[in-house]
Design a protein around this ligand. Structure first.
Ligand code: FES
Ligand code: FE2
Length: 441
């Protein structure tokens, strides 16, 4: 059951003025966990290549619930139909213990340390000590059984909570909800071509992981990657070197619900263009790199695709920032590729896990290049450190004002449709229009 939302007080119409309490109210945040993260939504939990062998597992999160992504054995008859990936909650069915403490590893089964209940990799309860009681001699010298579980105790009915799991292009998603729509339907036909473009069924290669805690509401991270307005203004790297700025050809795409989005764009050569650099303090005309390998961009064949919106035309974006509500961003920025997992930690904080990847058929040079360009991102990234900081500043601003304030998100009007430019806040508005419907506020 969804918890009632106690705070139905978004007075105005539309979604262009988000009340500050949407970011700061702890009760509303609890309701978001129920309705969004534990409701009819799919959450990203990791990459398939993070658990390559049977028994490999890693701890990950759906909302605030810690879960285990594990690769199970697959019966020969199920090969081809069963990917073998399971996601189970890290919470013992006995007395609720978060039993697994190792961030990743390999296991034959999971054993809770408290009373040694043992679970199979698929979350089934395999056994527990003293289930049938303990044999002892009674006072009259005859053998008897002391204690034990009730005779009708059913192992099958007392396993770990199992989540539904779907895998797309090596990205693993899970949901607590039995009637969530299939993953591909959930993502929608507008967004899927942009995922297909990056992955195309290729084998992924894990390049590295970094993580950070950002002191702001989790939605601010989604907003940040639905906000094409800021990159050419906040980020010196983007405006100066032309990686993302308002004089680029770009497009804002969203799914039919307005919850997922893709910001698609093509870099230019940067440098001076008065229309987008005049008065922009982050633009540093004289800035050059000591080590220009950081921007040693090499176009890759897969960048070029048939335009999903105009079949018959080819396009070649250099950047796609894909937000899959509510939990992940999948990004290509020139040669660097990453997933960015949002793990909420209360209304005013979230953890952010970056997983940088490439492809197994990359040349060693391309792998080096992807790793070097990954320096733009992550907790201390030349670009993304700026985002972490402004998200913190946003939360500070909301907190200091309190109940009555709201953001103003009306660049390019109050509409929520797609655009063929980036001078717009449409994707943020479309997400909040969806959020209002789900939250009933
Ligand atoms: Fe896990 Fe008792 S709490 S076995
Ligand atoms: Fe940014």
């Amino acid at each position: 059951m969804n918890a009632p939302v106690p705070l139905s007080r978004w007075a105005g119409e539309g979604s262009s003025r988000v009340p500050f309490w949407a970011y700061t109210d702890p009760q509303l945040y609890r309701a978001e966990l129920d309705r969004i993260f534990y409701g009819r939504h799919w959450s990203y939990v990791g990459l398939e290549i993070e658990v390559p062998n049977v028994g490999d597992f890693k701890l990950t999160w759906v909302g605030e619930r810690q879960v285990i992504l594990v690769r199970d054995r697959v019966a020969p008859k199920d090969r081809g139909t069963d990917h073998g990936l399971r996601v189970v909650e890290n919470r013992c069915a006995h007395r609720g213990v978060r039993f697994c403490q190792q961030p990743h590893g390999n296991a034959r089964s999971f054993v809770c340390p408290y009373h040694q209940w043992t679970y199979k990799l698929n979350g089934d309860l395999a056994g527990l000590p003293f289930k049938e009681g303990v044999k002892a001699l009674g006072a009259d010298g005859t053998e008897c059984v002391q204690g034990g579980m009730p005779v009708d105790f059913d192992l099958k009915a007392n396993g770990l909570t199992k989540l539904r799991v779907e895998v797309l292009h090596g990205l693993v998603f899970a949901t607590f909800c039995d009637d969530a729509e299939p993953l591909r339907d959930y993502l929608g036909p507008e967004v899927l071509p942009w995922l297909d473009r990056i992955f195309q069924g290729r084998q992924l290669q894990l390049l590295g992981i970094n993580r950070q805690r950002i002191p702001g509401n989790w939605k601010l991270m989604m907003e940040n990657i639905k906000d094409p307005y800021h990159p050419g203004l906040l980020h010196t790297w983007f405006v100066t070197f032309g990686l993302w700025r308002a004089d680029q050809k770009s497009r804002m795409v969203m799914d039919a619900h307005g919850r997922h989005a893709v910001m698609v764009s093509r870099r230019n050569d940067g440098g001076e263009n008065k229309a987008v650099t005049q008065g922009v303090t982050s633009f540093k005309a004289d800035m050059t790199l000591q080590d220009d390998r950081l921007l040693d961009v090499v176009p890759e064949p897969w960048w070029k695709v048939t335009d999903p919106a105009n079949p018959g035309t080819e396009i070649m974006p250099t950047v796609t920032m894909i937000t899959l509500f509510p939990s992940v961003i999948i990004q290509q920025q020139v040669n660097s590729l990453s997933t960015r997992h949002i793990v909420p930690r209360g209304e005013g904080e979230f953890d952010f896990v970056w997983t940088h990847f490439g492809f197994v058929d990359d040349t060693p040079e391309m792998t080096r290049r992807r790793l070097r360009q990954a320096n733009l991102f992550g907790p201390a990234g030349f670009v993304s450190a700026d985002d972490g900081e402004v998200i913190e500043f946003s939360q500070d601003g909301f907190r200091q004002w309190g109940e009555g304030g709201s953001t103003l998100c009306e660049l390019d009007g109050t509409g929520t449709g797609g655009t063929e430019h980036m001078v717009t806040e449409t994707l943020i508005r479309s997400m909040y229009a969806y959020w209002r419907r789900v939250m009933g506020v």
